[in-house]
Design a binder for this molecule. Structure first.
Ligand code: CMP
Length: 136
């Protein structure tokens, strides 16, 4: 197992509802370290760029509106197998499909307002971390 870094975003729904501390307790209980953290509000242009891979999807415009609807907390996580580990802690994209004791099962209200984001590959983790932080 290798030590990896990954990007976590606590989305506007979860920040507004006051779930950030509970989400970070779940992240830390899984053995992941929070190396960097900042709270910010995305501009429309930033949201469109961050989610450009989804630009052809029917939910893209709504997703960008949602992601700019309030502040988000972006974090750099580190740990053994961090990318997969954090995806397990988050649970499935759709909270209806998420396992018990995952962040999305507990805190997400819909497939769009799903509380958190996590990078899905090493390549995307580097890209996404560099979007918000400087990693190399
Ligand atoms: P995230 O892990 O941030 O990656 C892309 C996001 O698009 C996803 O979480 C959801 O917030 C959103 N998303 C994915 N699928 C759908 C869908 N079918 N309808 C609406 N939003 C979606």
């Amino acid at each position: 197992m290798s030590v990896q870094k990954t990007l976590s975003i606590i989305k506007p729904d979860a920040v507004k509802a006051g779930h950030a501390d509970a989400i970070n307790s779940m992240i830390e209980s899984s053995g992941l370290k929070i190396l960097e953290k900042k709270e910010l509000t995305l501009t429309k242009e930033q949201a469109q760029e961050f989610y450009s891979v989804h630009s052809d999807k029917p939910f893209y415009n709504e997703l960008c509106e949602f992601m700019t609807s309030g502040s988000i907390i972006v974090q750099m996580l580190e740990g053994d197998n961090a990318i997969e580990r954090y995806r397990e802690v988050m649970g499935a994209t759709n909270p209806d499909d998420a396992n018990e004791n995952t962040i999305r099962k507990k805190f997400a209200s819909s497939i769009q307002e799903n509380a958190v984001h996590g990078s899905d590959s090493e390549e995307n983790a580097i890209k996404e971390l560099n979007f918000f932080f400087s990693i190399n």
